[in-house]
Ligand binder design. Structure first.
Ligand SMILES: CC(C)(COP(=O)(O)OP(=O)(O)OC[C@H]1O[C@@H](n2cnc3c(N)ncnc32)[C@H](O)[C@@H]1OP(=O)(O)O)[C@@H](O)C(=O)NCCC(=O)NCCS
Length: 161
């Protein structure tokens, strides 16, 4: 498994991953909307101080990805916007490798990393808590009605010492 920057050729495969993942389907994600989202994020990643799109590649195929935005939480901290691993590759450490790559970059810029996860996504909640993320709280009906977004934070300390 190698970790590398995302390129536009990865988008069809990764949009397919998103459009077939139950978490994103509940938010109305389609192949087209996923493709548009990834294209837009890849455009933002032309400035790596704003956004990074990272891919896990196995046997020449993109099997997972993570998108990190800098200065995105209250304009002060990095935020993991998206992370996903292909169904047949889950549970083999790929998601953890992607998170490690993102955190390495985020924590070199500041002491906090934030992310949101859906209240129903127990697998992701366990995954993040195992990685040391602490629950900040629930944001009710934030993205769609009927789903709370749970804010998580990993911290090395306050912004100012
Ligand atoms: C959440 C997600 C990214 C995790 O990716 P992953 O590649 O399965 O993550 P890992 O393999 O690193 O860790 C997952 C589990 O496998 C275990 N694991 C890690 N390395 C392992 C290995 N080499 N062999 C077997 N199991 C392993 C971990 O302990 C972890 O256990 P847990 O289920 O108790 O948390 C993945 O499940 C996913 O894509 N979900 C759908 C999309 C989604 O919900 N994204 C998050 C919200 S945006």
């Amino acid at each position: 498994m190698i970790i590398r920057d995302m390129i536009s050729e990865d988008i069809p495969e990764l949009a397919g991953l998103m459009a077939t993942t139950s978490t994103w389907i509940r938010y109305g994600t389609t192949l087209e909307s996923a493709s548009n989202t990834l294209q837009s994020l890849l455009e933002q990643a032309k400035n790596p101080d704003a956004c990074e799109c990272i891919v896990a590649e196995n046997d020449g195929e993109a099997v997972g990805f993570i998108v990190l935005q800098h200065g995105a939480m209250f304009g002060m901290s990095s935020y993991v916007k998206l992370v996903g691993v292909r169904q047949d590759t889950r549970g083999q450490g790929c998601g953890s490798m992607l998170m490690e790559a993102a955190e390495h970059s985020a924590l070199s810029r500041g002491p906090n990393v934030f992310l949101l996860t859906s209240d129903f996504n127990q697998q992701a909640i366990r995954f993040y808590e195992n990685l040391g993320y602490q629950r900040v709280g629930a944001i009710k009906d934030y993205v769609v009605s009927g789903i709370d977004e749970i804010l998580y934070r990993k911290t090395r300390g306050p912004l100012r010492t």
